[in-house]
Write a new protein. Structure first.
Lengths: 442, 167
């Protein structure tokens, strides 16, 4: 039942404007009525959620002030607006590129630009999803980038030239304020090439399980909700494990894994020499998908995970369901895997019925950042007597690069992940193993 | 640590029910996290974390209420005890669902009104500054803020009902 007086008392309490008399009234009413206490608890949750929202909805600078100009000053405002519109028109003619920027240029500080992108990439600035297509050259304020499919990526370059490759699927928030650049990686993979940062203002990269402080370096970082893996190729990165606050200095050609369960070792170790063959092991190498276990509890198959594809960077299409399983060389002692000439992949899996399947992989430069994504498709026929099992071998030459700026051939690059995917229909895709076979000796 | 991070929003909201300011909520939560860390071996299983953590924060909050009561208005100890008892049991995912509903409702507000609603959380004293700059009285801004918050509360209720109906 609506109780205007109680609502008013609640608002005053949570806004901190309640008087002594009102506090007495509120106290008595809460004491007497359990229903009002539940309502009060709901108001406290709203207050907590509003506080939380204040940090995720970015403030539009100066706008709140302009909304409350008194009537006797409005004529000045009108003149000011005319002048501002003229200025905006001039600036637009010089800087406006595409339909993406929703703010008038200069009204909110641009901290980075889009240097490259492909696939399903969404930009959310000021707490709102931008309308129109995100395009190469768009200038960005602080905000969140969602790179939602396996074939997609984006390269963001800060004003000082520091670049960040975001490889899908990933969710990353960028900002550059008084304390320096900050990147929050909720999940996914980043490759960073960081220019020397100003003294006292290092770049900070924060994941759910670790915080990295960077002065200038090249490194790759991969995170999910419970673990972060960081590999440094050049320079040095200081990594804090958030579970217990312990710190590791990670130098060039070293890596570290920080997990939330702090029983796992947290120690920087050399990456080791390259290997040229690899076979996926579960659960160690799982990147996306749901593990299913054999009777004795050993992980046996990786069931494809279903997610929604809403179109490439802003294009309006009917959402499509994708079903993906992703694996990649991981683990604390895993040496880097190099793709060699003549190498091929052998994939063992299961489908409920014959279907077209997409295969692909991502690579890093040897001791470097993201170098490419490659994919191919095959019509997989499953025979009734095989119970849906399939085996397919694909040579490196069978894969096409997804962008002309990527290396023509993945030979000599590091394998990072391998994905298997069906589109639209869920045909029970599972992956038992992915194996890299090589003609070269180790 | 993982459990604490996962349940932090709910613990924060629980404390907000018991304490009169965000400053005291943050202090108590910080103190409580240290106690939880020290007594972690008493926790029998992960499922029991939230009630166990609520016992700790409730104890700390009652102590903090007495300290805060020296220089500001607070609810009586008896009322706070009743609130703590009632808010002890919560529905799973309630905070998360309410947060999502709130996000949706905030997007329905104009940018100006949304900024005004969120302003008190961004900078202490910002509302008074805004009043001075805009020539409006602080009181009228608080009244507007109260109306907007009430509008949001009702919108969140409607959203939750609508979402519940579809699930």
């Amino acid at each position: 039942m609506k109780d205007d007086r109680f609502d008013e008392l609640c608002q005053s309490y949570f806004l901190g404007t309640i008087s002594g008399e009102e506090m007495g009234e509120l106290d008595q009413r809460l004491k007497d009525d359990e229903g009002l206490r539940m309502k009060f608890a709901a108001a406290a949750r709203l207050d907590a959620n509003l506080r939380d929202a204040a940090s995720s909805f970015e403030e539009k600078k100066n706008e709140a002030k302009s909304s409350f100009i008194p009537a006797n000053q409005r004529w000045q405002l009108v003149l000011g607006m005319v002048a501002a519109l003229l200025l905006v028109a001039i600036l637009i003619s010089q800087f406006y590129r595409g339909s993406f920027s929703e703010e008038s240029p200069g009204s909110v500080e641009k901290i980075a630009r889009v240097a490259d992108l492909n696939g399903a990439v969404t930009w959310i600035a000021n707490g709102e999803q931008a309308e129109g297509r995100l395009e190469v050259g768009n200038e960005l304020t602080g905000g969140t980038l969602e790179v939602s499919s396996l074939e997609s990526w984006a390269e963001i370059v800060f004003q000082d030239g520091s670049s960040v490759w975001v490889s899908g699927p990933a969710v990353v928030t960028i900002s550059d304020g008084g304390a320096g650049k900050m990147i929050r990686l909720r999940e996914g993979d980043l490759s960073l090439d960081v220019s020397p940062q100003p003294e006292g203002k290092p770049m900070r990269v924060i994941t759910p399980s670790a915080e990295a402080v960077v002065l200038g370096t090249q490194f790759n970082i991969s995170a999910n909700s419970s673990s972060t893996s960081l590999t440094v190729n050049e320079g040095k990165v200081q990594v804090t494990r958030l579970a217990d606050g312990s710190v590791q200095e990670v130098g060039a050609d070293h890596r570290v894994v920080a997990a939330l369960e702090h029983e796992s070792p947290f120690r920087a170790s050399p990456r080791g020499d390259y290997v040229r063959i690899w076979k996926s092991e579960y659960p160690r190498d799982v990147r996306q998908g749901t593990l299913r276990f054999e009777a004795e509890g050993r992980p046996d198959e990786l069931r494809a995970e279903t997610h929604l594809f809403r179109g490439d960077h802003g294009e309006k299409i009917n959402p499509i369901l994708l079903h993906s399983a992703v694996v990649g060389p991981a683990g604390r002692k895993m040496q880097p895997v190099l793709l060699s000439k003549g190498a091929r992949f052998r994939i063992l899996g299961h489908l409920d019925q014959s279907f077209r399947v997409s295969f692909g992989f991502g690579t890093h430069h040897a001791r470097g950042g993201l170098s490419g994504k490659f994919s191919t498709e095959r019509e997989i026929m499953v025979e009734p007597d095989t119970d849906g099992y399939f085996e397919v071998e694909l040579a490196l030459d069978d894969f096409q690069r997804l962008r002309s700026r990527f290396a023509e051939s993945p030979v000599g690059h590091e394998l990072v992940w391998f994905w298997v995917q069906t589109i639209k229909k869920d045909v029970g895709l599972s992956v038992y193993s992915v194996e890299l076979l090589s003609t070269e000796t180790q | 640590m993982r459990l604490f991070v996962a349940h932090e929003p709910e613990l924060r909201a629980f404390l907000r029910t018991l304490l009169p300011s965000w400053e005291s909520v943050d202090d108590v939560l910080q103190e409580s996290s240290v106690v939880m860390w020290q007594k972690l071996d008493q926790l029998e299983n992960e499922e029991g974390f939230l009630p166990w953590a609520k016992v700790i924060v409730r104890f700390k909050a009652m102590h903090a209420r007495r300290t805060v009561a020296r220089d500001r208005l607070v609810l009586s100890e008896e009322t706070v005890m009743l609130l703590a008892e009632d808010a002890f049991e919560t529905i799973p995912d309630q905070m998360d669902r309410e947060r999502k509903a709130l996000d949706s409702c905030l997007r329905k507000l104009s940018r100006e009104n949304r900024d005004l609603v969120l302003l008190p959380y961004r900078r202490p004293g910002a509302l008074t500054e805004l009043a001075q700059q805009s020539g409006r009285s602080v009181n009228s801004l608080y009244k507007l803020l109260g109306r907007l918050r009430e509008k949001l509360r009702l919108c969140v209720e409607r959203e939750l009902i609508a979402r519940g109906g579809h699930s």
